[in-house]
Design a protein. Structure first.
Length: 88
């Protein structure tokens, strides 16, 4: 197996075991601190208008899918009623 090295300084090897060793040594305090820092400084939060636009998009998509499923249900129901009327 060939070992690949990153061109970036300070980045470890691609070996999964070496990365697992580093992760297992991280304490809960360090984990919480890094998680908080990432949430506050690295995450890009959407604006209120972006949230509203996304919400409207989800609502419209849900309604379209619900109408499609309702039409399919009605169609299959009619087809099954026709088949049952032929059999009984």
């Amino acid at each position: 197996m060939v070992e690949h090295w990153s061109p970036k300084p300070g980045v470890g090897s691609s070996s999964l075991s070496s990365r697992a060793d580093k992760k297992s040594k991280m304490g809960i305090k360090t984990y919480l601190k890094e998680s908080y820092t990432e949430l506050i400084h690295k995450v890009t939060w959407p604006t209120w208008s972006e949230l509203q636009n996304s919400g409207v998009l989800v609502l419209v998509a849900t309604l379209v899918i619900a109408v499609i499923v309702a039409v399919m249900d009605l169609g299959f129901s009619r087809i099954m009623e026709f088949i049952y009327s032929l059999l009984f």
